[in-house]
Write a protein that binds this ligand. Sequence first.
Ligand SMILES: [Fe+2]
Length: 400
Amino acid sequence: MPYYRSVGDVPPKRHTQHPDADGRLRYEELMGEEGFSSDSSLLYHREIPSAITDSRVWDIPGQGTTANHPLKPRHLKTHDLFPDDARRGTDAVTGRRLLLGNGDVRIGYVVADTVSPLYRNGIGDECVYVEAGSATVETVFGALSARAGDYVLLPRATTHRWLPEGGEPLRLLCVEANSHISAPRRYLSRHGQLLEHAPYCERDLHGPAGPLLATGTDVEVYVKHRGPRGEVLGTVFTQATHPFDVVGWDGCLYPYTFGVHDFEPLTGRLHQPPPAHQVFEGDNFVICNFVPRKVDYHPLAIPVPYYHSNVDSDEVMFYCGGDYEARKGSGIGQGSVSLHPGGHAHGPQPGAYERSIGAEFFDELAVMVDTFRPLELGEGAHAAQDPDYAWTWAGRGPAS
Ligand SMILES: [Fe+2]
């Protein structure tokens, strides 16, 4: 994240002695990206952050993927993955089911009602979208509050855990990158400030408020890391002392939340293409969102999208609120994920094109992930697939 924050107790000068009231030194940790050459923060621990007493395999099930072959547009009903009895005792980290993935990004879904273990993703940043429910996300930087409609951005290697709150189950779309995730470069000044034309600004980003100062010994932390062929591996470290022992930190690298309803949509006389709706980007993928908004006001406008074949990207849509006008009649509903593969023309359902003429407002909410390399299907995609989706534009399936 491009701008500076200081939280808790930090010394006036970096890399200098920072004793507590009894004269015991705190231990400074630099958490930085790109080998001391990009954003970083300095954290001040009560105990030595590298002290581990054990390391064992975390066998993460369901990480394999298969090609989208024969090629088809897909519809995944994520809510079918977690019926009531299957979500009891499920947590937001170990309960994730992999929907789609490639060498750049993995997209999973989970419904959780239980506190997760301490966890960090050592492969890349995570962008977790809260479809429903609320949670506190405790991190080594302090706690974040997450509610329905929030993105939770967790930089690579941020130790954290999810604590669901309230009675409603926590429903999360989990975007795990192999890279960092940030605001689109074109939204930023050359020094990193969000520019006037960006659809959100720094005030809309909410960082951790204060130190947690947890205590404990022999604390397990689940870690995802990359194998030699790019595969996802898991390890459980036992840390000698609790990682949430940071008395203060400062810098430009930290987790934060952004509420989708703070995204100010760009509208126009004619259809605005998805880049107008972009919110984040990672290496070889972008994240966009379609929020409730006024729609096209040219007198001859057709407000739903034109048919389009994005020849260079696979397009994933997560339908998470309102009515998605263009897809009515396709079976798409709340919690649906669609995958429209690169080069395959897609667009409104039959009739939606004509019905949209004269519409002034779309009450829809969707999160989109466009990847620049083909996506493969994970275990969750096979389990939640609508087998008839590919034929919905034609109105019939293969002749028998
Ligand atoms: Fe599309």
